[in-house]
Design a protein around this ligand. Structure first.
Ligand SMILES: Nc1ncnc2c1ncn2[C@@H]1O[C@H](COP(=O)(O)OP(=O)(O)OP(=O)(O)O)[C@@H](O)[C@H]1O
Length: 861
């Protein structure tokens, strides 16, 4: 017998429970590969054996869990058996002080019943609803009332370490549901989504998300990947079972009431198993948004409120199982507030499920902003999901409606393995805020119960997923692989409080699940904040004992608290030989049985796998053949052969496992690659759009700058030309003045020259006269006789005379006094010159006296 599972008080990070689901009604698989080991009397089962179907050569594995729940276990059994109550008490902290965080998660292959366990079904409450019910009833009158104390909202907001935005439930629900307050309409939990024909996608329909609350159409605008798609047949079958469970009321009455409110008759009735032909879907939010006119009291929602579709108000929730007798203790000296938040981890990013998506300017699509898991100013030592929207709930109904609103936003899709398959890891967090009673301004301490519905691991081949859904599956499998590594590490280490031994920082999911499992060791821990106790965590592994063998065995391998592997039985011929006489004299006889394999050591390295007792395939022993070796040597040969066969079988098994692992890893890698490609395309698109808008804004800026500088240049150019023209005109005026003066100067120079000439001639004349006077009378020839002299003097005098005349004419023209025949022409020219000349121009006048005296002298001669 395998070692017992660790005691319940064992300090593993997670208590791990296994729940087996009943076979689905449409299951064709009849071979059961998971067998529950009979417990000792008065004990609950804790071990299961995994028998490979149709292949007796494969190893038989045995797994230990904290407890195993068989197919007939009810939701209440789970609630009590998985010890949810101590988790609730941990967060309520009945003995004062800060509470202990609790984590309740489900893990399993797709379709194995995780969501059913944690969130329930149409008729049954899940562990989440049961935990909420317990919390509200246990706190009772110690719960604060936001309606009575409006300041509560802000005081809780101030104490919240996660940069959250906090609202009261009525304010939030007003923006989400129609007629939240007023309606008395007898509602059913199963109102029919509006039907819309949608031919292009024939095999799926879109409906609101939760099984438990099918009546609500989508709250927020449709976003890629955020729709819940289910096969119509499932949906029809669900709808026909909605509202009050038929077991609780007369079926015909229920049906007639149901038909009144649901209009089911409008839809085609499907035979069981027939494929859907017509399709309906909830109206798109864009279409519905036109009807939304009521203004929202919530900040930032007004912009989006107009584009959001409101949900139909649920009026009834399942009441089964009834846990009114179960109550957790709470701190009577404290007052409590219950604050709910919801988020999902999708493609390794965290998205708030209670904040509506925002329309992107670039892509015009509604998108959620991913949130960060980080330390904040008020929580430097612990990472928190920062920036969530949190809702203060005053009663169970409000909490359930908030839960429903969030579930509506969670990503789910129909796959080959599950018609309503979760495509993200959903986190539902109930924060218990607590402070001393009567301290109206006191700080609110807080501890959280997180309920996690993990997405199921799946094989692409079985799930028949492709494109984005396959890529999602790749991400899901990858994160579950990391989770598996962490869980394996905890089971291998037995008890580990050392965070560095558990590789939980590899992805968001494991960070969120494990980071509160270790006591904070941060040096930066504030003096005011107490060192928090590590969270208490419960993991419920769900499995279908007749489902996918490979996927189930893989999940069991890494989630079980302990594991033992036994090599397959030796062929019956060998066992028969060995039967006749013990072949292993060193081992006790008690370890053999007539049809057993040799006592090979288990293969697992798990601490619990060191025991040597093998366990056997149920069918072994029934095929024995007798063979009697004749001698010792034959017997020895046969023994060796048997050992060799066992060794070979072991190697083959290992190789088979290796191949299975490798092909699984390859598929995961391929899916991962596809998801990366998708992200790359998205990223490229975003970058292109960003560049485009950036480029456009730069061009616009440059254009504006260019126009401004052009205008400036033009202005400067004009100014420049104006100045040039001005300078030119000034220069022209100056030039004109300069010309007149030059002309005057020239004339003056000419006159001076003439005067000098005149003077010279006079002197020459005087010299000649003196020379003449000093000669003898005989030699003295009259001047008239001297032709050369007379001619020279006469011609010079005539030249001088004419030039003088010219000057006179010019001077008289200036004065306007001159007149007479030949000078008239030059006077006109002079007049033309003086018209542009300076008015102050003065022409020097010839000394006519001297000229006249020359003429007198000439006459004398
Ligand atoms: N214990 C159970 N009893 C009755 N029905 C069950 C049980 N477990 C699961 N089911 C049914 O099986 C179907 C699939 O279960 P569920 O959606 O909970 O699977 P899941 O593990 O959450 O799948 P996924 O990972 O794809 O989301 C549902 O219709 C659910 O009602």
């Amino acid at each position: 017998m395998m070692d017992p599972p660790p005691p319940k008080s064992h300090a593993s990070l997670f208590q791990v429970y296994l729940r087996l689901r009943p076979a689905p009604t449409n299951s064709t698989n009849t071979e059961r590969f998971l067998l529950v080991e009979e417990p000792d009397e008065a004990e609950t089962p804790t071990h299961v054996t995994l028998n490979p179907p149709n292949d007796r050569r494969r190893a038989i594995e045995k797994f230990a869990f904290t407890q195993v729940f068989e197919e007939d276990a009810t939701q209440l059994d789970l609630f009590q058996g998985t010890r949810v109550l101590p988790l609730v008490e941990g967060v309520l902290a009945p003995h004062g002080g800060e509470g202990t965080d609790g984590l309740l998660a489900t893990l399993g292959v797709t379709g194995s019943g995780k969501t059913h366990t944690i969130l329930g079904s149409r008729t049954q409450r899940g562990l989440t609803q049961l935990a909420l019910d317990t919390i509200f009833r246990s706190i009772g009158s110690n719960l604060v009332d936001c309606a009575e104390q409006p300041s509560l909202e802000s005081s809780i907001q101030t104490s919240d370490p996660s940069e959250a935005t906090i609202y009261s439930a009525p304010a939030f629900l007003d923006t989400v549901y129609n007629d939240f307050r007023g309606s008395t309409r007898p509602g059913s939990r199963a109102q029919t989504p509006m039907t819309v024909r949608q031919p292009p996608k024939p095999s799926f329909i879109r409906i609101p998300m939760s099984d438990a609350f099918l009546q609500v159409p989508r709250m927020f605008p449709e976003t890629p990947g955020s729709v819940r798609i289910v096969r119509q047949e499932d949906e029809i079958s669900k709808i026909t079972q909605l509202s009050t469970p038929p077991s609780q009321m007369d079926r015909s009455k229920w049906l007639s009431q149901h038909q009144q409110t649901q209009d089911v008759s409008a839809r085609p009735k499907l035979a069981p198993g027939s494929s859907p032909k017509k399709h309906y879907m909830a109206p798109t939010s864009a279409a519905k948004s036109k009807n939304v006119t009521k203004s929202s009291p919530m900040k930032n929602d007004n912009a989006t409120a107009s584009t959001r579709t409101r949900l139909q108000r649920p009026t009834a929730f399942p009441q089964v199982p009834d846990i009114s007798s179960i109550r957790a203790s709470c701190d009577p000296s404290a007052e409590y507030a219950i604050v709910i938040s919801m988020y999902e981890v999708y493609n390794d990013r965290i998205f708030d499920l209670l904040t509506p998506p925002i329309k992107s300017n670039a892509t015009k699509e509604f998108r959620r902003r991913p949130l960060l898991f980080k330390p904040t100013e008020q929580s430097p030592d612990r990472k928190v999901v920062a920036g969530l929207r949190k809702i203060i709930c005053g009663n169970l109904k409000e909490a359930l409606m908030v839960l429903e609103a969030g579930l509506n936003e969670r990503r789910v899709a129909g796959t080959g393995s599950n018609s309503v398959s979760s495509r993200s890891h959903g986190f539902f967090c109930v924060e218990i805020k607590k402070r001393r009673k009567g301290r109206t301004s006191g700080h609110w301490g807080s501890s959280t119960l997180s309920v996690v519905d993990l997405a199921g691991s799946e094989r692409a081949r079985d799930a028949k997923t492709q494109g984005a859904t396959l890529a999602e599956a790749g991400k899901i499998n990858e994160s579950l692989m990391y989770l598996g590594q962490c869980l394996q590490m905890q089971s291998d280490m037995g008890n580990t409080s050392k965070p560095n031994l558990v590789p939980f920082r590899q992805c968001k999911l494991t960070e969120l699940l494990f980071s509160n499992s270790f006591p904070s060791s941060s040096l930066s821990q504030s003096q005011h904040t107490q060192r928090r106790a590590p969270q208490k965590a419960v993991m419920i592994v769900t499995a279908d004992p007749m489902g996918d063998f490979n996927a189930t065995s893989q999940i069991l391998r890494y989630s079980a608290l302990a594991r033992e592997i036994t090599v397959p039985r030796i062929p019956s011929i060998t066992s028969t030989i060995l039967n006749s006489q013990p072949a292993y004299p060193n081992l006790p006889q008690s370890q053999y049985s007539p049809c057993s394999s040799p006592p090979l050591l288990p293969l697992s390295s798990s601490p619990m796998s060191t025991r040597s007792q093998p366990f056997f395939h149920p069918s072994s022993g029934s095929h024995s053949r007798t063979f009697s070796p004749t001698s010792d040597s034959e017997r020895a040969t046969m023994e060796n052969a048997a050992l060799e066969i066992a060794r070979m079988a072991d190697i083959i098994e290992k190789l088979n496992n290796e191949v299975a692992r490798e092909s699984e890893a390859r598929m995961e890698a391929e899916a991962h690659l596809m998801s990366l490609e998708d992200r790359l395309v998205d990223l490229e698109q975003d970058i292109r759009e960003e560049c485009h808008s950036d480029f456009e804004s730069r061009i616009a800026l440059e254009m504006a700058r260019w126009k401004a500088s052009l205008a400036l240049e033009q202005e400067r150019g004009e100014e420049h030309w104006d100045r040039k023209v001005e300078v030119l005109s000034r220069v022209t005026v100056t030039d004109e003045n300069g010309d007149e003066e030059g002309e005057e100067d020239k004339e003056n120079v000419l006159i001076e020259n003439l005067e000098e000439e005149n003077e010279r001639l006079r002197r020459e004349l005087a010299v000649l006269k003196r020379e003449l006077g000093s000669r003898t009378p005989s030699k003295r020839a009259p001047l008239q006789d001297r032709g050369d002299f007379v001619a020279t003097v006469k011609s010079e005098m005539a030249g001088l005379g004419s030039r003088m005349e010219e000057l006179r004419v010019s001077g008289s023209g200036e004065d306007g006094l001159g007149a007479g025949g030949s000078s008239r022409k030059s006077r006109a020219g002079a007049a033309a010159t003086t018209s542009t000349g300076s008015p102050t121009k003065k022409v020097r006048k010839l000394n006519t006296k001297r000229w006249e005296s020359v003429e007198v002298d000439d006459d004398m001669m």
